[in-house]
Design a protein around this ligand. Structure first.
Ligand code: GLU
Length: 290
């Protein structure tokens, strides 16, 4: 089987040096083994991912020399695939409608913490979802449904782990934030009841990434180590949906002068600004250490 890599950016801002590292590392690793490298446009957020940002992204990738093998996959064209996966998980009894709003979650967490009980956080530092069952009665849920209140679909993590029934792990050829490598044990429970379909869009990052890696025949996932812990959720979903597990390689992040990771939202210098300032693709490679 031909080794297949992918670069999977979300075009909700302009690409920066961190994206360049991910894209070019995928390209170099694929070329080194005569493999393929595919581009996947992760645009499930159809509001923030505008056509202008997608064109700018393609232009930037072309400029740095990321010549992906065809075809490109756009997630916004594959909502039916994600719906299929959701139906399967639903048929297994692993999904529930989650109504709590951000404000309600904040309130519950603040209340418990004020009572001296620390609330568990996920690996990204967000409070674990409290679960509707303990907070909303059947009547509350019926009322919210009748009022057409929006809901997300969440994975019932405890049941999912029970159904998986086995310890999952993955092959890590890069390193996690704490230097984890080799066979790494997955710990999806650390994430609690993750979102599988958002209130505003009928899928989620975790669900679509797992479905697409399988659909595109991805054998190697190379991405920043900010996504290292998410791999635990991905392994669980792959197991539940009978999808193959790729090999994972999490790479270092490019940090700004203040040591924090670059981000589109913090307005870090985009590749196009560097190009306008006279940088060449070779300068980009040198700056990111490739
Ligand atoms: N779309 C994700 C991002 O831009 C990356 C997804 C992945 O590589 O798994 O952060």
């Amino acid at each position: 089987m031909i080794e297949t890599f992918r670069f999977a950016p979300s075009p909700n801002g302009h690409l920066h040096l961190g994206h360049a590292l991910s894209a070019l590392l995928n390209l170099d690793m694929a070329r080194a083994v005569n493999g393929r490298v595919l581009l996947r446009i992760e645009d499930i957020d159809t509001v923030r991912c505008t056509p202008d940002l997608v064109s700018a992204m393609l232009e930037d990738l072309d400029w740095i020399g990321f010549d992906a093998d065809p075809p490109h996959r756009r997630q916004s064209e594959h909502f039916a695939d994600y719906a299929d996966a959701l139906r399967r998980l639903d048929a297994m009894g692993l999904i529930y409608k989650a109504f709590l709003t951000r404000t309600e979650i904040r309130h519950v967490v603040a209340q418990r913490e004020a009572a001296g009980r620390p609330w568990p956080r996920d690996p990204d530092g967000a409070p674990i979802y409290p679960g509707d069952a303990s907070l909303l009665s059947e009547k509350d849920v019926a009322a919210r449904l009748a009022q057409e209140e929006p809901y997300a679909l969440r994975l019932d993590m405890a049941r999912a782990l029970q159904m998986a029934g086995t310890l999952l792990d993955w092959q890590e050829t890069g390193a996690g934030p704490a230097g984890e490598s080799g066979r790494v044990t997955a710990d999806a429970s650390a994430w609690g009841d993750v979102i599988l379909a958002r209130k505003d869009t009928p899928t989620s990052y975790h669900l679509s990434v797992v479905v697409d890696d399988a659909r595109q025949g991805i054998s190697h996932v190379v991405r920043g180590h900010d996504l290292f812990h998410a791999t635990s959720v991905h392994r669980l979903l792959q197991h539940l949906l009978d999808l193959p597990a790729p090999i994972y390689h999490h790479h270092r992040l490019i940090t700004g002068p203040d040591g924090r990771k670059l981000s589109k939202s913090a307005g870090d210098t985009g590749l196009r600004d560097l190009r306008d300032a006279g940088w060449t693709p070779a300068d980009i490679r040198a700056r990111i250490g490739l």
